[in-house]
Design a binder for this molecule. Structure first.
Ligand code: ATP
Ligand code: MG
Length: 263
Protein backbone atom coordinates (compact mmCIF):
# COMPACT_ATOMS: atom_id res chain seq x y z
CA UNK A 1 0.00 0.00 0.00
CA UNK A 2 2.81 2.39 0.83
CA UNK A 3 4.87 1.64 -2.26
CA UNK A 4 3.99 4.73 -4.18
CA UNK A 5 6.13 7.27 -5.95
CA UNK A 6 5.59 10.63 -4.33
CA UNK A 7 6.15 14.08 -5.67
CA UNK A 8 9.71 15.33 -5.37
CA UNK A 9 9.32 16.81 -1.94
CA UNK A 10 11.38 19.96 -1.62
CA UNK A 11 13.22 18.79 1.45
CA UNK A 12 14.93 21.56 3.33
CA UNK A 13 17.46 20.60 5.97
CA UNK A 14 15.89 23.05 8.42
CA UNK A 15 12.15 22.66 8.10
CA UNK A 16 11.54 23.88 11.61
CA UNK A 17 8.34 25.64 12.66
CA UNK A 18 8.40 28.04 15.59
CA UNK A 19 5.99 30.35 17.37
CA UNK A 20 7.08 32.75 20.10
CA UNK A 21 4.61 34.72 22.20
CA UNK A 22 1.89 34.68 19.54
CA UNK A 23 -1.32 36.65 20.13
CA UNK A 24 -4.18 36.89 17.65
CA UNK A 25 -7.59 38.45 17.93
CA UNK A 26 -10.42 39.17 15.53
CA UNK A 27 -13.28 41.63 15.90
CA UNK A 28 -16.81 40.64 16.73
CA UNK A 29 -19.47 43.38 16.62
CA UNK A 30 -16.76 45.98 16.95
CA UNK A 31 -15.27 44.35 20.05
CA UNK A 32 -11.93 42.54 20.03
CA UNK A 33 -12.28 38.75 20.17
CA UNK A 34 -9.07 37.25 21.56
CA UNK A 35 -8.47 33.92 19.85
CA UNK A 36 -4.86 32.97 20.64
CA UNK A 37 -2.89 34.06 23.69
CA UNK A 38 0.83 33.72 24.26
CA UNK A 39 1.30 30.64 22.12
CA UNK A 40 4.89 29.43 21.87
CA UNK A 41 6.40 26.20 20.58
CA UNK A 42 9.31 24.82 18.60
CA UNK A 43 8.81 22.01 16.14
CA UNK A 44 11.98 20.36 14.94
CA UNK A 45 12.72 19.40 11.37
CA UNK A 46 10.94 16.16 10.44
CA UNK A 47 8.80 16.06 13.59
CA UNK A 48 5.14 15.11 13.55
CA UNK A 49 3.11 17.12 16.06
CA UNK A 50 -0.61 17.54 16.73
CA UNK A 51 -2.80 20.20 18.25
CA UNK A 52 -6.00 19.13 19.97
CA UNK A 53 -8.50 21.29 21.80
CA UNK A 54 -12.11 22.38 22.04
CA UNK A 55 -13.99 23.88 19.12
CA UNK A 56 -13.19 27.56 18.80
CA UNK A 57 -9.85 27.32 20.61
CA UNK A 58 -8.03 28.82 17.63
CA UNK A 59 -6.55 25.72 16.01
CA UNK A 60 -7.48 26.64 12.44
CA UNK A 61 -6.43 30.21 13.13
CA UNK A 62 -3.05 28.87 14.22
CA UNK A 63 -2.61 26.92 10.97
CA UNK A 64 -3.56 30.01 8.94
CA UNK A 65 -0.87 31.89 10.84
CA UNK A 66 1.72 29.14 10.31
CA UNK A 67 0.93 29.02 6.60
CA UNK A 68 1.51 32.77 6.37
CA UNK A 69 -2.07 33.55 5.28
CA UNK A 70 -2.42 35.75 8.35
CA UNK A 71 -0.06 37.59 10.67
CA UNK A 72 -0.12 37.53 14.48
CA UNK A 73 -0.99 40.74 16.39
CA UNK A 74 2.07 40.14 18.53
CA UNK A 75 4.81 37.54 18.53
CA UNK A 76 6.79 35.84 15.84
CA UNK A 77 6.25 32.79 13.66
CA UNK A 78 8.90 31.18 11.49
CA UNK A 79 9.24 28.33 9.04
CA UNK A 80 12.80 27.22 8.44
CA UNK A 81 13.96 30.23 10.43
CA UNK A 82 12.15 32.81 8.30
CA UNK A 83 9.02 34.82 9.04
CA UNK A 84 8.41 34.82 5.28
CA UNK A 85 6.24 31.70 5.30
CA UNK A 86 3.93 31.91 2.29
CA UNK A 87 4.53 29.12 -0.18
CA UNK A 88 6.65 27.04 2.18
CA UNK A 89 4.01 24.73 3.51
CA UNK A 90 1.56 22.33 1.90
CA UNK A 91 -1.70 23.30 3.63
CA UNK A 92 -4.91 21.34 3.85
CA UNK A 93 -7.50 23.74 5.32
CA UNK A 94 -10.48 22.47 7.30
CA UNK A 95 -12.81 23.15 4.38
CA UNK A 96 -11.83 21.11 1.36
CA UNK A 97 -11.81 24.14 -1.00
CA UNK A 98 -11.77 22.09 -4.18
CA UNK A 99 -12.17 24.05 -7.39
CA UNK A 100 -15.69 23.16 -8.56
CA UNK A 101 -14.86 23.37 -12.25
CA UNK A 102 -11.90 21.01 -12.07
CA UNK A 103 -12.17 17.22 -12.03
CA UNK A 104 -11.08 15.29 -8.94
CA UNK A 105 -7.78 14.40 -10.62
CA UNK A 106 -7.13 17.97 -11.75
CA UNK A 107 -7.84 19.19 -8.22
CA UNK A 108 -5.39 16.65 -6.81
CA UNK A 109 -2.57 17.85 -9.08
CA UNK A 110 -3.09 21.53 -8.28
CA UNK A 111 -0.27 21.85 -5.73
CA UNK A 112 2.20 20.08 -8.01
CA UNK A 113 1.09 22.23 -10.94
CA UNK A 114 1.67 25.41 -8.96
CA UNK A 115 5.18 24.17 -8.16
CA UNK A 116 5.92 23.48 -11.82
CA UNK A 117 5.76 19.66 -11.86
CA UNK A 118 5.10 18.73 -15.53
CA UNK A 119 1.41 18.04 -16.07
CA UNK A 120 1.62 14.43 -17.26
CA UNK A 121 4.05 13.57 -14.51
CA UNK A 122 1.76 15.14 -11.92
CA UNK A 123 -1.29 13.33 -13.26
CA UNK A 124 0.56 10.03 -13.27
CA UNK A 125 1.50 10.41 -9.60
CA UNK A 126 -1.98 11.50 -8.61
CA UNK A 127 -3.57 8.53 -10.42
CA UNK A 128 -1.54 6.07 -8.36
CA UNK A 129 -2.72 7.77 -5.20
CA UNK A 130 -6.39 7.63 -6.23
CA UNK A 131 -6.16 3.86 -5.98
CA UNK A 132 -4.80 4.01 -2.43
CA UNK A 133 -7.37 6.56 -1.29
CA UNK A 134 -10.24 4.43 -2.63
CA UNK A 135 -11.04 6.99 -5.30
CA UNK A 136 -10.23 4.91 -8.40
CA UNK A 137 -12.85 5.47 -11.09
CA UNK A 138 -13.70 8.98 -9.86
CA UNK A 139 -10.73 10.77 -11.48
CA UNK A 140 -12.97 12.65 -13.92
CA UNK A 141 -15.78 13.47 -11.51
CA UNK A 142 -16.40 17.06 -10.54
CA UNK A 143 -16.37 17.84 -6.78
CA UNK A 144 -20.17 18.32 -6.80
CA UNK A 145 -20.55 14.66 -7.76
CA UNK A 146 -18.41 13.40 -4.87
CA UNK A 147 -19.44 12.70 -1.28
CA UNK A 148 -18.04 14.85 1.55
CA UNK A 149 -15.59 12.11 2.52
CA UNK A 150 -14.43 11.71 -1.08
CA UNK A 151 -13.85 15.44 -1.42
CA UNK A 152 -11.84 15.35 1.77
CA UNK A 153 -9.68 12.55 0.39
CA UNK A 154 -9.05 14.52 -2.83
CA UNK A 155 -8.01 17.54 -0.75
CA UNK A 156 -5.75 15.29 1.34
CA UNK A 157 -4.09 13.87 -1.78
CA UNK A 158 -3.60 17.36 -3.16
CA UNK A 159 -1.83 18.33 0.05
CA UNK A 160 0.47 15.32 0.34
CA UNK A 161 1.35 15.65 -3.34
CA UNK A 162 2.27 19.32 -3.00
CA UNK A 163 6.04 19.70 -2.80
CA UNK A 164 7.13 21.22 0.48
CA UNK A 165 9.04 20.42 3.62
CA UNK A 166 6.19 21.30 6.01
CA UNK A 167 2.67 19.91 5.89
CA UNK A 168 -0.22 21.59 7.73
CA UNK A 169 -3.30 19.37 8.06
CA UNK A 170 -6.56 20.66 9.56
CA UNK A 171 -8.83 17.75 10.51
CA UNK A 172 -7.82 15.86 7.36
CA UNK A 173 -9.87 12.76 8.19
CA UNK A 174 -12.82 14.37 9.98
CA UNK A 175 -15.45 13.41 7.42
CA UNK A 176 -14.35 9.80 6.93
CA UNK A 177 -15.76 6.52 8.19
CA UNK A 178 -13.52 4.79 10.71
CA UNK A 179 -12.16 2.17 8.30
CA UNK A 180 -11.11 4.68 5.64
CA UNK A 181 -9.81 6.91 8.38
CA UNK A 182 -7.59 4.15 9.83
CA UNK A 183 -6.29 3.27 6.36
CA UNK A 184 -5.33 6.85 5.58
CA UNK A 185 -3.80 7.39 9.05
CA UNK A 186 -1.61 4.36 8.52
CA UNK A 187 -0.72 5.47 5.04
CA UNK A 188 0.20 8.95 6.29
CA UNK A 189 2.43 7.37 8.94
CA UNK A 190 4.25 5.22 6.39
CA UNK A 191 4.72 8.17 4.06
CA UNK A 192 5.99 10.44 6.85
CA UNK A 193 8.49 7.74 7.97
CA UNK A 194 10.05 7.73 4.50
CA UNK A 195 10.18 11.49 4.01
CA UNK A 196 11.66 14.11 6.26
CA UNK A 197 8.54 16.26 6.10
CA UNK A 198 7.57 18.22 9.21
CA UNK A 199 3.86 17.72 9.92
CA UNK A 200 1.51 19.86 12.01
CA UNK A 201 -1.85 18.14 12.41
CA UNK A 202 -4.99 19.62 13.94
CA UNK A 203 -7.51 17.07 15.11
CA UNK A 204 -10.40 16.57 17.54
CA UNK A 205 -9.40 12.94 17.81
CA UNK A 206 -7.02 12.27 20.70
CA UNK A 207 -6.37 8.71 19.47
CA UNK A 208 -5.38 10.01 16.06
CA UNK A 209 -3.05 12.57 17.62
CA UNK A 210 -1.36 9.92 19.79
CA UNK A 211 -1.07 7.34 17.05
CA UNK A 212 0.62 9.71 14.62
CA UNK A 213 2.57 12.23 16.66
CA UNK A 214 5.88 12.73 18.39
CA UNK A 215 4.27 15.42 20.54
CA UNK A 216 0.71 16.56 21.26
CA UNK A 217 -0.23 20.10 22.29
CA UNK A 218 -3.54 20.55 24.09
CA UNK A 219 -5.19 23.97 23.75
CA UNK A 220 -7.50 25.62 26.26
CA UNK A 221 -10.91 27.01 25.36
CA UNK A 222 -10.87 30.37 23.59
CA UNK A 223 -8.69 32.32 23.89
CA UNK A 224 -6.49 29.36 23.04
CA UNK A 225 -3.36 28.87 25.08
CA UNK A 226 -1.22 25.76 25.23
CA UNK A 227 -2.24 24.03 28.45
CA UNK A 228 -0.39 20.75 28.06
CA UNK A 229 2.52 19.42 26.03
CA UNK A 230 2.60 15.65 25.87
CA UNK A 231 5.65 13.83 24.48
CA UNK A 232 4.45 10.59 22.93
CA UNK A 233 6.70 7.78 24.10
CA UNK A 234 5.37 5.09 21.77
CA UNK A 235 8.12 3.38 19.75
CA UNK A 236 8.33 3.77 15.98
CA UNK A 237 7.50 2.46 13.49
CA UNK A 238 3.96 2.25 14.82
CA UNK A 239 0.99 0.29 13.59
CA UNK A 240 -2.66 0.33 14.61
CA UNK A 241 -1.84 -2.40 17.16
CA UNK A 242 -0.29 0.27 19.34
CA UNK A 243 -3.85 1.39 20.16
CA UNK A 244 -4.12 -1.55 22.58
CA UNK A 245 -0.86 -0.89 24.42
CA UNK A 246 -0.83 0.18 28.05
CA UNK A 247 1.17 3.31 27.28
CA UNK A 248 -1.38 4.33 24.66
CA UNK A 249 -4.37 3.83 26.94
CA UNK A 250 -2.69 5.76 29.76
CA UNK A 251 -1.70 8.67 27.51
CA UNK A 252 -5.14 8.77 25.96
CA UNK A 253 -6.91 9.17 29.27
CA UNK A 254 -4.46 11.89 30.37
CA UNK A 255 -5.03 13.81 27.15
CA UNK A 256 -8.80 13.40 27.30
CA UNK A 257 -8.83 14.78 30.83
CA UNK A 258 -6.84 17.80 29.64
CA UNK A 259 -9.08 18.38 26.61
CA UNK A 260 -12.20 18.19 28.79
CA UNK A 261 -10.67 20.72 31.16
CA UNK A 262 -10.41 18.32 34.10
CA UNK A 263 -6.76 19.17 34.72
N1 ATP B 1 -11.57 35.41 9.94
C1 ATP B 1 -12.18 35.48 11.12
N2 ATP B 1 -12.84 36.60 11.50
C2 ATP B 1 -13.44 36.70 12.70
N3 ATP B 1 -13.42 35.72 13.63
C3 ATP B 1 -12.77 34.59 13.31
C4 ATP B 1 -12.14 34.40 12.06
N4 ATP B 1 -11.57 33.17 12.04
C5 ATP B 1 -11.87 32.62 13.21
N5 ATP B 1 -12.59 33.46 13.99
C6 ATP B 1 -13.05 33.19 15.37
O1 ATP B 1 -11.93 32.73 16.09
C7 ATP B 1 -12.29 31.68 16.98
C8 ATP B 1 -11.41 30.48 16.71
O2 ATP B 1 -11.73 29.95 15.45
P1 ATP B 1 -10.94 28.71 14.83
O3 ATP B 1 -11.58 28.40 13.54
O4 ATP B 1 -9.51 29.00 14.83
O5 ATP B 1 -11.24 27.56 15.93
P2 ATP B 1 -10.92 26.02 15.88
O6 ATP B 1 -10.16 25.68 17.12
O7 ATP B 1 -10.30 25.65 14.59
O8 ATP B 1 -12.37 25.37 16.00
P3 ATP B 1 -12.95 24.01 15.37
O9 ATP B 1 -12.41 22.91 16.24
O10 ATP B 1 -14.44 24.18 15.53
O11 ATP B 1 -12.52 23.91 13.95
C9 ATP B 1 -13.78 31.46 16.77
O12 ATP B 1 -14.47 32.11 17.80
C10 ATP B 1 -14.07 32.09 15.43
O13 ATP B 1 -15.37 32.63 15.41
MG1 MG C 1 -10.89 24.52 13.03
Amino acid sequence: MARVALANQRVSAHATVTAAGVYKSYRLDGEPLPVLEDVSFEIGSGEFVSFVGPSGSGKSTLLNLLAGLEEPDRGRITISGSTDRLGHAAYMPQKDLLLPWRSALDNAVLGMEVHGVPREDARHRAREMFEIAGLAGFERSLPAALSGGMRQRVAFLRTVLTPGSVMLLDEPFGALDSLTRSELQEWLMRMWERLSTTVVLVTHDVEEALLLSDRVYVMTRRPGRIKLVHEVGLPRPRSLEVLDSEEFVRSKSALLRAVRGEV
